[in-house]
Ligand binder design. Structure first.
Ligand code: FES
Ligand code: FES
Length: 218
């Protein structure tokens, strides 16, 4: 049987073990490669990584050569310089990047430009102009539906497409009777706009703007 004396660890032993472990951790067994120069990597990539893609934006045909990894949001902002569409989270969580593709609202940060060959994209710039505002744009101004305005293009694109969804009878989480068309109620609007975050908290005014446009359409 082992006596307690035969297993005595001195303070000095502990310090030696500790120092060895730290040294081993600090010096990896295999040296990591230096990261390759980014420009070299880009040059090395085959031409097929940069296809031409064409789609209409706000009614105008546009084509561009894009990296296959370019999101629709970056294609709009960086390639076409349509900066009305905003990048908030770049992760599909805030709705600032909402645009309409073939009439349906989508988060443009979550889709690749190359997936939209032949599509019709509408951004906030295509809804109206300063001299001829879309009714939703005018209602946002009338009801003060913004503060900093960063979320506003996404809110407006989303609300325009959202009202079309209600008109088309597309149900939402709060639609009580799935056998009838959804009604244009504030509860429906709130639920359907829940993917558009406003950090300034202009929600009540945004709802007033949407309700006014919905009423006029009804
Ligand atoms: Fe696309 Fe936030 S930037 S959802
Ligand atoms: Fe500022 Fe909505 S108005 S985030």
């Amino acid at each position: 049987m082992r006596s307690s004396d035969s297993f005595q660890v001195t303070r000095r032993d502990l310090m030696i073990v500790g120092a060895t472990a730290i040294a081993a951790h600090a010096a990896p067994a295999v040296a990591l490669d230096q990261p390759a120069d980014l420009a070299d990597l880009t040059a090395a990539r085959p031409e097929s990584f940069f296809p031409m893609v064409g789609f209409s934006v706000n009614g105008e045909p546009r084509s561009m050569k894009v990296d296959t990894r370019t999101t629709l949001l970056d294609a709009l902002r960086e390639h076409l310089h349509l900066t009305g569409t905003k990048k908030g989270c770049d992760h599909g969580q805030c709705g600032a990047c909402t645009v309409m593709v073939n009439g349906r609202r989508i988060n443009s940060c979550l889709t690749l430009a190359v997936m939209h060959e032949g599509d019709s994209v509408i951004t906030v710039e295509g809804l109206g102009s300063p001299a001829n505002l879309h009714p939703m744009q005018a209602a946002f101004i009338k009801h003060d539906g913004y503060q900093c305005g960063y979320c506003t293009p996404g809110q407006i694109c989303s609300s325009v497409a959202m009202l079309k969804e209600v008109e088309a009878g597309v149900p939402s989480l709060v639609t009580e009777d799935l056998t009838t068309s959804a009604t244009a109620s504030l509860a429906e609007f709130r639920e359907r706009m829940s993917g558009n975050i406003c950090r300034c908290g202009a929600y009540s005014n945004i709802m007033e703007a949407i309700a006014e446009v919905a009423e006029r359409k009804a």
